[in-house]
Write a protein that binds this ligand. Structure first.
Ligand code: SF4
Ligand code: SF4
Length: 169
C-alpha cells in the first residue's frame, strides 16, 4: 500500500459550499459547522493566515441564500504564495474530508514516476497513451465483483507491461 498524497488541486472542495456550512461564528477563528454529507457537526479552527478573510466573508454573506448554486467550501483557500489550494481548517476539518481519498490506486513507470491514478471503480486518469491503450484493451474488461481480486488481476496485467500498480491508503 502506498500513502495517499493529496496534490491540493482543490477539485473535491470546489462544489461543497452547500455541504460544508458554517452554522455559527464563535469568535474570529472558531466556527460551529455542519457537514451535511454525513449530517455531523464539527468545530472548525481557522489557520491564522486566513483568519481575517474568512471572518470578513462570513460577515459579508449575512443571511444570503445560495440555494441551487454550486459554491466552494467556505474553508477552501488559494495560497497567497502560489497557485495551490489548501484547507484553512486542515487540522480540524470534518471526518468526511479526513477520510476522503480521491483515487485508490497509483500507477508508476519502471523508473518510479507516477503516470496514472485510478478513481471511482476503475476509471484511469493518465497522460500516458500507452498506459491508456493497455487499460482500455486489457483492464476495462476485468470484472469488478471483488475489489481484492480486481486489484490482483490489474496489478498482474500492468506488471506484464512494465508498470507498477499500488493501492493507496
Ligand atoms: S483529495 Fe484529491 S481532489 Fe481533493 S484536493 Fe486532494 S488531490 Fe485534489
Ligand atoms: S473543510 Fe477543508 S478539506 Fe473539507 S471541503 Fe472544506 S476546504 Fe475541503
Amino acid at each position: 500500500m502506498a500513502p495517499f498524497i493529496c496534490d491540493r488541486c482543490g477539485k473535491c472542495c470546489v462544489s461543497l459550499g452547500q455541504s460544508i456550512t458554517i452554522e455559527r461564528q464563535l469568535n474570529d477563528r472558531d466556527y460551529y459547522c455542519r457537514s451535511k454529507i454525513d449530517n455531523t457537526i464539527f468545530l472548525a479552527h481557522v489557520d491564522e493566515e486566513f483568519r481575517e478573510e474568512i471572518a470578513d466573508e462570513f460577515l459579508a454573506a449575512g443571511s444570503s441564500s445560495d440555494d441551487g448554486v454550486k459554491m466552494p467550501c467556505p474553508f477552501l483557500r488559494k495560497r497567497p504564495s502560489g497557485t495551490e489550494y489548501c484547507c484553512a481548517i486542515y487540522a480540524t476539518r470534518p471526518k468526511v474530508c479526513k477520510d476522503f481519498l480521491c483515487y485508490h490506486m497509483l500507477i508508476r513507470t519502471r523508473d518510479g514516476a507516477i503516470c496514472g491514478r485510478v478513481i471511482g471503480k476503475n476509471t484511469l486518469r493518465t497522460e500516458d497513451p500507452e498506459l491508456e491503450r493497455i487499460w482500455n484493451a486489457e483492464v476495462t474488461p476485468v470484472p469488478f465483483t471483488n475489489a481484492l481480486e480486481w486489484i490482483k488481476q490489474v496489478t498482474a496485467i500492468l506488471a506484464g507491461h512494465g508498470y507498477w500498480a499500488e493501492s493507496v491508503e
